[in-house]
Write a protein that binds this ligand. Structure first.
Ligand code: F6P
Length: 359
C-alpha cells in the first residue's frame, strides 16, 4: 500500500485544488487502498510535522475552488539551509518527517523557489513528483503553468474596466500587473486588454519612448492611453545599475511601486492626468478558469501516473500540448522569461503596442 503526501508552497493561485484533485482521483481509481496525506502550510508543515490524513471526499467539490485546501507559506530556498529560530536543521527535519510518515512519495505543487527546494529534497534522497504552479508562467520546462490563464483573465478584466473610464475622462491610466521578474502575465493581459503600452521586466523602458507613444496617440486624436506595467518593469537607466547601486537608490525611493514612478514622470512631461490601478492579489484569487481546470486535471492525472510507475524526481510539464516529465535538476534554478525578440513581441509591436524601448 502506497503512502503519498501533498504539499502546496509559495504564493497561492487558482487551480491548486483542481490539480490535487486530479492527482488524488487518478491515484484512488488505480489503487483504492492508497493513503494520501496533506502537509499543511507548505514546507513549514513538513519541517514541523503538521499534516492530516486525507480521504477521497476531501477532494470532492474542489475543482472550482481557488486557493489551497492545505494552506501555503513562503519558505525561501535561500533560507532552507539556515537553522530556524531554535537552531533546528530545517532540511533534516523535513527528511525526518518524510521518513516518520513512511511516505513513498511527496507531491509538491509550487513555483520556482518551490521547485528548487523540491530538487533539494530529491538530492536528500526523498521521492518527489512536482507540478508547475504560478500565475507568472515562468517555470522552466513547461510551456504553461496552472494559474496563469485565470490570472490573465482577471488582469484583462481590470484593463477592460479601466478602458471605459479612461475613454470617458480622457486620461492616461496605468494598470500594474503582477510579476516581479517576468512579464508573461502583463504581456498576455496587455494584449488581451488592448493596452497601448506594455512594460515588462525583460524589456527595460526609456521613459521618453513611453511619453512619445502617449503623445502619438494624443496627436492622432485618441482621448486616452492605457499602460499595462509589470510590477518588475525597470527603466534602462536602472537596468544598468549594479545590485548594490540599485539597493542604495531604492532607499530614497518615494514611490510605493514602479507604476507610481512612471505615472509621476509622465505627468511631469505631458501635464496629463494619470491614474493608477493595482489589481494586486485579486489576480491570484477566485475560481480557476476552464482552461486551468483542464490543464490542472491533465497535469494531476499525469503526476499520478508517474507515482504509480514509481518514476520519481520529475516535474510534469507541458511541451506542445503534450505532457512531459522534466527532471527536477533541469527545472531547478532556471526562469522562463519573455524573449524580447520573440514572435509574440514582434506581433504586438506590429499592432502598434509600445514596449517603451523604441521612440
Ligand atoms: O509568484 C506569484 C506572485 O503573485 C508574483 O507575481 C508576485 O510578484 C508575488 O507572487 C507576490 O508575492 P506575495 O503574495 O508574497 O506578496
Amino acid at each position: 500500500m502506497k503512502r503519498v503526501a501533498f504539499l502546496t508552497s509559495g504564493g497561492d493561485c487558482q487551480a491548486l485544488n483542481a490539480t490535487m484533485r486530479g492527482v488524488a482521483k487518478t491515484l484512488y481509481n488505480a489503487d483504492p487502498d492508497i493513503e494520501i496525506y496533506g502537509i499543511l502550510e507548505g514546507y513549514k508543515g513538513l519541517m514541523y510535522e503538521n499534516y492530516i490524513k486525507m480521504k477521497p471526499s476531501d477532494f470532492s467539490g474542489i475543482l472550482t475552488e481557488g486557493g489551497t485546501i492545505l494552506g501555503s507559506s513562503r519558505q525561501p530556498f535561500k533560507n532552507m539551509r539556515k537553522p530556524d529560530a531554535n537552531g533546528m536543521d530545517k532540511v533534516l527535519a523535513m527528511v525526518n518527517t518524510y521518513k516518520k510518515m513512511k511516505l513513498d512519495c511527496l507531491v509538491i505543487l509550487g513555483g520556482n523557489g518551490t521547485q528548487k527546494s523540491a530538487n533539494m529534497l530529491r538530492e536528500e534522497g526523498l521521492n518527489v513528483v512536482s507540478l508547475p504552479k504560478t500565475i507568472d508562467n515562468d517555470i522552466w520546462g513547461s510551456d504553461m503553468t496552472f494559474g496563469f490563464q485565470s490570472a490573465v483573465d482577471i488582469a484583462t478584466t481590470a484593463i477592460d474596466c479601466i478602458h471605459t473610464t479612461a475613454y470617458s475622462h480622457g486620461r492616461v491610466f496605468i494598470v500594474e500587473v503582477m510579476g516581479h521578474k517576468v512579464g508573461w502575465l502583463t504581456l498576455h493581459a496587455g494584449i488581451a486588454g488592448g493596452a497601448d503600452v506594455i512594460l515588462l521586466p525583460e524589456i527595460p523602458y526609456d521613459i521618453d519612448a513611453v511619453v512619445a507613444a502617449i503623445q502619438r496617440r494624443t496627436e492622432a486624436g485618441k482621448r486616452f492611453s492605457i499602460l499595462a506595467v509589470a510590477e518588475g518593469a525597470i527603466s534602462k537607466e536602472d537596468a544598468a545599475l549594479t545590485k548594490k547601486e540599485m539597493k542604495a537608490k531604492l532607499k530614497n525611493n518615494p514611490y510605493p511601486s514602479v507604476s507610481y514612478k512612471i505615472g509621476a514622470e509622465i505627468e511631469e512631461r505631458t501635464g496629463q492626468e494619470i491614474r493608477i490601478t493595482v489589481p494586486g492579489h485579486t489576480q491570484r484569487g477566485g475560481s480557476p478558469c476552464a482552461y486551468d481546470r483542464v490543464i490542472a486535471s491533465r497535469l494531476g492525472a499525469a503526476a499520478a501516473q508517474l507515482i504509480l510507475k514509481e518514476k520519481y524526481g520529475y516535474m510534469v510539464g507541458f511541451k506542445n500540448d503534450e505532457i512531459v516529465p522534466v527532471p527536477l535538476e533541469e527545472v531547478a534554478g532556471k526562469l522562463k522569461m519573455v524573449d524580447p525578440d520573440s514572435s509574440i513581441i514582434k506581433e504586438a509591436k506590429s499592432l502598434g503596442i509600445s514596449f517603451g524601448d523604441e521612440r
